[in-house]
Structures are given as structure tokens and as C-alpha cells.
Design a protein around this ligand. Structure first.
Ligand code: BYC
Length: 310
């Protein structure tokens, strides 16, 4: 890499300028951003599935409509992110192929089942909450197209958060059976929520370079801590408990203490061996195969359909 170009690039980032697609950038910046934005896009598209399966079973017409709108938003976020990733050179088709063949990762949390409506509500509230913590930080980052996509995504996620909170409060303050269902869902989802922000900073491979180039504006542990700060009091406020006896804020350090997540299980899940990985990818593969004729039709030159003039 040309040291003069690299120094100028780093100076631009230090001045808080945005890097745009036509600008010079180190090959590693391009590679890391492609990886991260692509994984983010896949997470949105796969992340729409666990809540998507609840559209037809959501209790009542209004909840069904809201659930459907939220799921559509998530798929829209994937479209925005695929477009942002494409500005770095990798095609959308290749990204979708790499999702299906298991080459590209997506968020671990969407590989767990949602056996009850309350599980879907936990995603709508707390996974979206975690996503906002991460995305609000990174929206101030250095790559223009990713930041602009994140700004728009955050605006919509803020509404998802309200929807999710409303749905959780409804069950948590409902009948004893509803409260028990909500608590059981939170117990099931808590370990996944704790891993959503990625491995601890000690184990994280990419944080150092991504923070140096202002792609990541907060480390995994910083995001996790901020999430706990903002949401644990809200969980307690509605009478739910967090299934971790060690969870407590150390007021002296400002850091939350908690049971260390099972990082071996996390690794297995992100490498394809979680409870729902095969099912999620099968849905994506079916969507690709069923939509192939539409893509073929769109790509076929229109003249082939026009009868020649006599
Ligand atoms: N899940 O060095 P590290 C949503 C991988 S969707 C899976 O710390 P990095 C929603 C990581 O890729 C929004 N894999 O990585 C949608 C790396 O593997 P490779 C989801 C993970 O990049 C629908 C390795 O572990 N948000 O909210 O510095 C409905 C080492 O990790 C995970 C995003 O995608 C994980 N959780 O930091 C409802 C945000 N964590 O690539 C809701 C965008 C780590 O070397 N992504 N890995 O093979 C990021 O901000 C960062 O990539 C991460 C990880 C913080 C996730």
C-alpha cells in the first residue's frame, strides 16, 4: 500500500470526513467493510424469519398488521445494506450465493427458535434495542454509504423498539399465564442477547483495525455495557427478572458484571451448527430458487418478447 495515500486516508478519517465509494481506500478497509456490511445485510434478511413466522399467528388483526410492517422494514434494511455493500465492489448476487453456501456469516441470535408469541416480542424489543445501540454508534463512522443506510435504519428501528416494548409490557402486565410466558421467553433469549454484540473485546479479532478506521465507533463490550445500562432497569421496571444471578452494575467502574457467555456455543452457532441454521438457510434457498424465473425474465432483453413487425 502506498504510504502517502494511506497517511492521507488516515488523516481524512481523523478529521471526521466521510470516505465515499470512488475515493482511495486501503484494500483491507474495503475488505473489512464488505464483510461487516454484508453480514449486517444477511442478519436483517435472516432476522426477519423468526418474527415472520408469527405474522399469521399474532394475536389479533392490529398486532398482525404491525408485525407484518416490522418484518417488511427488516427486509427493506437488508436491501439498503446490500446496496451499501455493493458500492465496495461485491455484487448482490454473489453476497446472496455466499449466504446460502454458508461462506458469509449473519447474526448468531437468529439461529434460535421462537416457540411462543412472547419469544417474537423479545426479539422485537430487546434484539432491536441491541441493534440500535450498535447502529447509532456506527452511523457516525467513516464510510458514507454505510452511515447513510444506518441513519435510515435507526429511524425505523426506533419505531420497532416502541412496538416491541408495547408488546412485552402487554404480556408482562397481563394474566399470570401471560406473565409466565413472557418470563420464560426472556429466560430462553437472555444468553443469545448477551452474545449479540460479539465476543468480548479480549477475543474480538477485528475491533482494533475497525475502530482505528472508524468503522466501529464502539467496541463489542462497550455496546454490551451500554445496552445493559439502558435496558436492564426497564426489564426490572415491568416486573420481569433477568436469568443471571451474577448480573449487577459495579457502580465504582460503571461496568456491568455478569456470567461469562458460553463462547464455545457462540462459535458453533456462527459457524453453522445452531438449532435453526439449516432451517433458516433452507428458507433463503427456497426463496432464491422460487424467484429465479422473475430474475431471468427481468434480465432477458425485452426484444425477445416483441413480435417483429410484418
Ligand atoms: N453473530 O472480531 P469480531 C437486527 C463474528 S439485524 C455472528 O468481534 P467484528 C434485526 C465476526 O463476524 C442487525 N457472528 O467481529 C433484524 C467474526 O467472524 P469472521 C445485526 C458474529 O466484526 C431483524 C468473528 O465473530 N447487527 O438487529 O469486529 C429483526 C469475530 O468477531 C457475531 C449487525 O449485524 C454475532 N453476533 O464485530 C430484528 C451489526 N459477533 O467474519 C432485528 C453490524 C461476531 O472473522 N456488525 N461475529 O468470520 C457489527 O457491528 C460487527 O460485525 C459485530 C462483530 C459487532 C457484530
Amino acid at each position: 500500500e502506498d504510504p502517502i495515500l494511506l497517511a492521507e486516508f488516515e488523516a481524512r478519517i481523523a478529521r471526521g470526513e466521510k470516505i465515499e465509494p470512488g475515493d482511495w481506500m486501503p484494500a483491507l478497509y474495503r475488505k473489512q467493510l464488505t464483510r461487516m456490511i454484508e453480514q449486517h445485510a444477511h442478519s436483517e434478511i435472516i432476522g426477519s424469519l423468526p418474527e415472520g413466522t408469527w405474522i399469521t399467528r399474532a394475536p389479533g388483526f392490529r398486532r398482525k398488521m404491525a408485525q407484518m410492517a416490522k418484518v417488511q422494514d427488516e427486509v427493506g434494511h437488508a436491501q439498503l445494506l446490500y446496496s451499501a455493500a455493493e458500492t465496495l465492489g461485491k455484487t448482490r448476487e454473489q453476497m446472496l450465493v455466499d449466504l446460502i453456501n454458508g461462506k458469509s456469516k449473519y447474526s448468531n441470535v437468529f439461529n434460535y427458535p421462537t416457540p411462543t408469541w412472547a419469544d417474537s416480542n423479545v426479539i422485537s424489543w430487546l434484539i432491536d434495542a441491541g441493534a440500535i445501540v450498535n447502529q447509532l454508534a456506527n452511523a457516525k463512522g467513516s464510510y458514507g454509504p454505510y452511515c447513510r443506510a444506518l441513519d435510515r435504519i435507526c429511524a425505523e428501528e426506533a419505531f420497532h423498539l416502541k412496538y416491541g416494548h408495547d408488546a412485552v409490557v402487554h404480556l408482562a402486565t397481563g394474566t399470570p399465564i401471560q406473565r409466565a410466558m413472557m418470563q420464560a421467553a426472556l429466560n430462553r433469549w437472555w444468553p443469545a442477547i448477551m452474545t449479540f454484540f460479539g465476543p468480548s473485546d479480549k477475543m474480538s479479532v477485528h475491533t482494533e483495525i475497525l475502530m482505528r478506521w472508524k468503522v466501529k465507533m464502539a467496541s463489542n463490550d462497550e455496546c454490551r455495557n451500554q445496552f445493559l445500562d439502558m435496558y436492564v432497569p426497564k426489564i426490572w421496571e415491568i416486573g420481569l427478572t433477568v436469568p443471571d444471578e451474577k448480573l449487577a452494575k459495579n457502580e465504582a467502574t460503571g461496568q456491568w458484571e455478569f456470567t461469562e457467555p458460553d463462547w464455545e456455543d457462540f462459535k458453533r452457532v456462527i459457524n453453522g451448527d445452531g438449532p435453526c441454521n439449516a432451517e433458516r438457510i433452507a428458507v433463503r434457498r427456497a426463496a432464491e430458487e422460487n424467484g429465479a424465473w422473475v430474475r431471468r425474465a427481468l434480465l432477458t432483453p425485452k426484444t425477445q418478447y416483441v413480435r417483429p413487425l410484418a
